[in-house]
Ligand binder design. Structure first.
Ligand SMILES: *Cc1c(COP(=O)(O)O)cnc(C)c1O
Length: 394
């Protein structure tokens, strides 16, 4: 079934007695019981499907999980309290019966670096980083460190690199490592990592999936092999999303494919407009034919769907000039996060990459004149007009 159709149908309309609600209600009950103790016993024993306690499972969570598992073509999903919790649960499950060693892409979300360095490494997990867009370097790192798990993002932040996930999956699988892919930036409209050999896909649903800047949440989607372990861990840890947030996320997802299509189209226009502007030194956009991963983009992403993130450098700018430019924006929201219906701009040096030393940032290619734009669903001419009036005149 087409993803636009799944987005509005999957997970919903479960029979609830004599009637069928058209959308899934918010089930606030912490526990559930049945006509007989025998029935409850079978649910507790997981012999029959059902609900007994909301840390284990809840109909509002189950609906969202069924929906996202369907979008990603996975076996099952777990709705978590945040994107970070989803990444945490995927890594814990991936490492459960593997070598306690993670090989991460060197361009991952800042909080993912913190999770690896501040939480996992001190608890005995070996953590290494590698440029996953360099397949030879990746192959060597896998051979040298024999990781139990590899983690990367489909479109990296903020330089928007695109790795060859299918080839990476092949190398990881041959070495017995689990592959966790953060698909937040690409969304399942652009790419479905489980189809390319990943074992887990994670999302910050806070971004494109929910899409309205009003809910924090995350999802792990796994293959069949890891799903039982994922749920067992979840029952023990309790990382679950609340039913109100499940409802909001699900409501948002119904239009996600439509929104992302529009956002991608807007981003293409914005990227080429910026590239022609004299105040702009360089534009980072996966749809650019000179993009360093142009071959991976052509092979793995659908035509004209290159994501809706555009990063760019202002010619000769430092922090003061960037602040002046961003202060002048009237429509584009100066806030962290991305993927919302409204456009947002962020200054990585001040926010997402603040904790990283200037030298390390320079090595990562994140310069003091770089900003990251998340393009929304507005009329693109209004966005271009806002950028035009805010950009410095040469
Ligand atoms: C925002 C984000 C996260 C973390 O998600 P939260 O919902 O903020 O916890 C993880 N990965 C990527 C790529 C993100 O953009």
């Amino acid at each position: 079934m087409n993803i636009h159709t799944k987005a509005v149908h999957a997970g919903d309309r479960k029979k609830a007695g004599p009637y069928i609600p058209v959308t899934t209600p918010i089930h606030t009950a912490a526990s559930f019981f049945y006509e007989s103790m025998e029935d409850l016993d079978r649910v507790f024993g997981q012999e029959t499907p059902g609900y007994c306690y909301s840390r284990y499972d809840n109909p509002s969570n189950a609906a969202l999980e069924e929906l996202v598992a369907s979008l990603e073509n996975g076996h099952g999903a777990l709705a978590c309290s945040s994107g970070m919790e989803a990444i945490h649960m995927a890594l814990l499950t991936a490492l459960a019966d593997r070598r306690k060693s993670v090989l991460a892409a060197n361009a991952v979300y800042g909080a993912t670096v913190s999770l690896l360095m501040k939480v996992l490494e001190p608890s005995g997990v070996d953590v290494r980083f590698v440029d996953v867009c360099d397949l030879d370097a990746f192959r060597e790192a896998v051979a040298a460190h024999r990781p139990g798990c590899v983690i990367l993002e489909t479109i990296s932040n903020p330089l928007l690199r695109v790795g060859q996930i299918d080839r990476i999956a092949e190398i990881a699988r041959a070495a017995g490592a689990a592959l966790v892919v953060d698909n937040t930036f690409a969304t399942p409209l652009l790419l479905r990592p489980l189809e390319l050999g990943a074992h887990f896909v994670v999302h910050s649903a806070t971004k494109y999936l929910a899409g309205h800047g009003d809910v924090l949440g995350g999802l792990v989607v796994s293959d069949q092999e890891h799903y039982d372990a994922l749920r067992t861990y979840s029952r023990a840890i309790g990382p679950v999303l609340g039913p109100f947030e499940c409802y909001l996320a699900m409501r948002g997802i119904k239009t996600f494919a439509l929104r992302v299509e529009r956002q991608c189209a807007n981003a293409c226009r914005v990227a080429s407009w910026l590239a022609a502007h004299p105040a702009v030194e360089r534009v980072y956009f996966p749809g650019d034919p000179r993009h360093p991963d142009a071959e991976a983009v052509r092979r793995l992403l659908p035509q004209n769907l290159y994501g809706a993130m555009v990063s760019f450098e202002l010619r000769g700018a430092g922090r003061d000039e960037i602040f002046r430019f961003m202060n002048a924006l009237q429509l584009i929201v100066r806030a962290t996060s991305l993927g919302d219906v409204h456009s947002m701009m962020l200054y990585p040096v001040m926010s997402s990459h603040r904790e990283i030393s200037p030298k390390h940032r320079e090595r990562m290619g994140i310069r003091d004149n770089l900003v990251r734009l998340s393009v929304g669903i507005e009329a693109v001419d209004d966005l271009l007009a806002d950028l035009e009036q805010a950009l410095p005149r040469p």
